[in-house]
Design a protein around this ligand. Structure first.
Ligand code: NAI
Ligand code: SOE
Length: 385
């Protein structure tokens, strides 16, 4: 019988509980959580029904009962948390972006390999069933021998107003890049996964539409950062991009463009991609994730509604429910973790992982850095993997 893993989660704000839900759906125990203070940890543990609450993440990592550490803290802490967990001999599932820069992410890749520990980055969007199906269709040649154009966007509106606030707006906490690293990282990982080709060079244009924002003096939640009447605030200059457009050349010769924005009214959390091949096209929208459009020239277009019996065998496992039973955002966490924990259970860490690893997280950061350089220097920049 498979081992019943004991898992520790660091950071249980917005997304930590989504990790926990996935872990519990697989039948494993969330044995402990860690938060910024003991008070926050105790409160969250009571609410989320967790037996152990740590006010210091080092104690969670040192806990001998914990087999795997999930990291869902703000970006600037990922490197510190992941490094300590690996040094303590724990497998790690870390949120994106893996680290604040490629020096850090490269060190994590090397350390995980040296310690022979399983390492995953939570690029969860890969695990919508029809995303796996899109990849299978490209691999089978259904879209054509050649991919011509890979384009799309990731648009949100939760930072539209100057009264919207979150730690992601502060470079020391979120990183030098905002929209690109926070949501563009998902898009770039996704199209690389689906198309099977990496980004070779980039030309970027950035804009910060809201140069000064009102930062509330009290702590507020992700996606809940609305300044309330009478709330005290301070004015903060903003140095990270609200919007970016990035022209892309892919290694296989395809061309593309990615648009990201956190100030696009009406777009709540919409990742969109369209891949045009020499024969057909694939079109997918994360806000309607159970539909994949297949675009054709000589015959009418098709709309594939998620249904494992209509999917390619290699992609079928990502759909847990039959056709007509939609799967959504929380299911992607469960499926990514299914892949990770299956791999841990099988114990052959020389095998190719079927989930995003620290190497994928590192490569995305290398692309992020090239995008930043391009925007600053107003020129094409190649990525050196
Ligand atoms: P959040 O601010 O809602 O939650 C972060 C939590 O970490 C907070 O509860 C905070 O108190 C806690 N924390 C801060 N310092 C800590 C410390 N020293 N020790 C332990 N806990 C500490 O942020 P959110 O939105 O949950 O994002 C967390 C991470 O997850 C980010 O890196 C973000 O990029 C990523 N994310 C990924 C998503 C995905 O779909 N893959 C979705 C949302 C976030
Ligand atoms: C905020 O932009 C955010 O929570 C990102 O950090 C996540 O990665 C994305 O999945 C949803 O939006």
């Amino acid at each position: 019988m498979a081992k019943k893993y004991k898992i520790g989660v660091i950071g249980v704000g917005f997304i930590g509980p989504a990790h926990m839900e996935g872990i519990r759906r697989l039948g494993f125990d969330v044995a402990a959580i860690a938060e910024e203070t003991q008070e926050l940890a105790d409160k969250a543990a009571e609410h989320l029904l967790v037996p152990k609450a740590y006010g210091d993440w080092k104690d969670l990592i040192a806990d001998p009962e914990i087999d795997v550490v999930h990291i869902a803290s703000p970006n600037f802490l990922h490197f510190k948390h992941a490094k300590a967990a690996l040094e303590a001999g724990k497998h790690v599932v870390c949120e994106k972006p893996l680290a604040m820069n490629s020096a850090e992410s490269g060190e994590l890749v090397r350390l995980a390999a040296e310690k022979n520990l399983v390492n995953a980055v939570n690029f969860n969007i890969r695990f919508y069933p029809l995303v796996h199906e899109a990849k299978a269709k490209i691999e089978s040649g259904e879209i054509g021998d050649q991919l011509y154009i890979i384009q799309g966007s990731y648009l949100q509106d939760w930072l539209l107003l100057d009264t919207d606030w979150n730690w992601r707006l502060e470079p020391e906490l979120g990183g030098e890049l905002r929209a690109v690293a926070d949501i563009g990282s998902h898009w770039m990982d996704l199209v690389t996964f689906v198309s099977g080709t990496r980004i070779q060079s980039v030309f970027a244009d950035f804009k910060t539409f809201i140069p000064v924002r009102k930062k509330p003096k009290k702590k507020i939640d992700t996606f809940g950062g609305k300044l309330e009447v009478d709330m005290e605030y301070e004015e903060k200059p903003i140095h990270t991009e609200d919007y970016a457009a990035v022209l892309i050349k892919f290694e296989n010769g395809a061309r593309g463009v990615m648009t990201v924005s956190q100030v696009s009214s009406g777009r709540k959390n919409r990742l969109f991609f369209e891949i045009n091949g020499s024969k057909s096209s694939l079109i997918w929208d994360s806000e309607v994730p159970n539909q994949l459009m297949l675009g054709h020239r000589p015959v009418p277009n098709q709309l594939l509604i998620k249904d494992p019996s209509l999917m390619t065998p290699s992609a079928q496992w990502t759909a847990s429910y039959p056709g007509g039973h939609p799967e959504g955002f929380p299911d992607t966490f469960k499926q990514l973790q299914t892949a990770v924990y299956r791999y841990i259970s099988l114990g052959n860490f020389a095998a190719k992982p079927d989930f995003p690893t620290f190497l994928d997280g590192h490569r995305t950061i290398l692309v992020d850095e090239a995008i930043l350089k391009s925007a600053r220097e107003n020129r094409w920049v190649d990525i050196e993997y």
